[in-house]
Design a protein around this ligand. Structure first.
Ligand code: DC
Length: 221
C-alpha cells in the first residue's frame, strides 16, 4: 500500500489537487475534513455545543461515519444517510473546526482513517494526516497558498455555485479557522518534519498535481 498525505490550511486547493492526483495514480482519495464536517453537522443538529464534551462523547456512541467511493468521488454517510450535500456550508466549516479540537472526536475518526490506508493505496488530505494519522506515509506534502489567494479561489468557487458571501467574510472566516486549527492542543495543523512544502500561489491545478504525482513516482523508482 502507498499513502500520500496532503495537509494544509483551508482553501489551499488540497481536495481538488488530491482528488486529481488520486485519479492519476489509481489510488482512492480520502477527504478527512468531510468526516469532521459530518460530525460537526450532526452535533449542531443535536443542539450540542463544542463546550459540552460529555454530551459530544455520548452522542458519538450512537454515531457511525462511513465513506463510499464512487466514480464521481467520495460520499460521506452519517448513520447510513448520505450527507455529502449538507457539509459544505459556512456553518459546517465552523462546526467542523470547533468539534475537531475535542480529543473524543479525533479518536473517533482516527481508526477509520487509518483502516482505509491499511487496505487501500490512498491520497488522504486534512490537517494532521502526515503528523498523526499516517506518520508512515511514503509521501507527505504541506500545501499552502497566500491567504488572499485562498480566499479568492473559495470566493470564485462559491460564486460559481450561485452563492455570494463577500470576499472579506470568506477571508476572515478562513483566517479564524486556520488560527483555531493551528493552535489547538491536539493534532494541530503543522507540517510534518519530513513533509515537502508546496506553495500553490500562482500555480495551476495541473502544475500542483504534476508535482504531487512526480513525488510519488520518485519514491517508487
Ligand atoms: O478540510 P476541511 O476544510 O473540509 O476541514 C474542515 C475542518 O475539519 C477544519 O477546519 C479542521 C478539521 N479537520 C481536522 O481537524 N483534521 C483533519 N485531518 C481534517 C479536518
Amino acid at each position: 500500500m502507498t499513502a500520500v498525505a496532503i495537509d494544509g490550511p483551508a482553501g489551499a486547493g488540497k481536495s481538488t489537487a488530491a482528488r486529481a492526483a488520486a485519479k492519476r495514480l489509481g489510488y482512492i482519495y480520502v477527504d478527512t475534513g468531510a468526516m469532521y464536517r459530518a460530525v460537526g453537522v450532526r452535533m449542531l443538529a443535536l443542539g450540542i455545543s463544542p463546550k459540552e464534551s460529555g454530551r459530544v462523547e455520548e452522542a458519538l456512541k450512537g454515531l457511525s461515519v462511513s465513506l463510499r467511493f464512487t466514480e464521481e468521488g467520495q460520499r460521506v454517510l452519517l448513520n447510513g444517510e448520505d450527507v455529502t450535500g449538507l457539509i459544505r456550508t459556512p456553518e459546517a466549516s465552523r462546526a467542523a473546526s470547533d468539534f475537531s479540537a475535542l480529543p473524543c472526536v479525533r479518536s473517533f475518526l482516527l481508526g477509520l482513517q487509518q483502516d482505509l490506508a491499511k487496505t487501500n493505496s490512498v491520497v488522504m488530505d486534512g490537517r494532521d494526516v502526515g503528523t498523526v494519522v499516517l506518520p508512515w506515509a511514503q509521501v507527505k506534502i504541506f500545501l499552502t497558498a497566500s491567504p488572499e489567494e485562498r480566499a479568492r479561489r473559495r470566493h470564485q468557487e462559491l460564486l460559481e455555485k450561485g452563492e455570494a458571501p463577500s470576499y472579506e467574510e470568506i477571508l476572515s472566516d478562513m483566517l479564524a479557522r486556520d488560527y483555531q486549527d493551528s493552535h489547538r492542543e491536539i493534532a494541530p495543523l503543522r507540517p510534518a518534519s519530513d513533509a515537502v512544502l508546496l506553495d500553490s500561489t500562482g500555480l495551476t491545478l495541473d502544475e500542483v498535481v504534476e508535482r504531487i504525482v512526480g513525488l510519488v513516482r520518485k519514491k517508487e523508482a
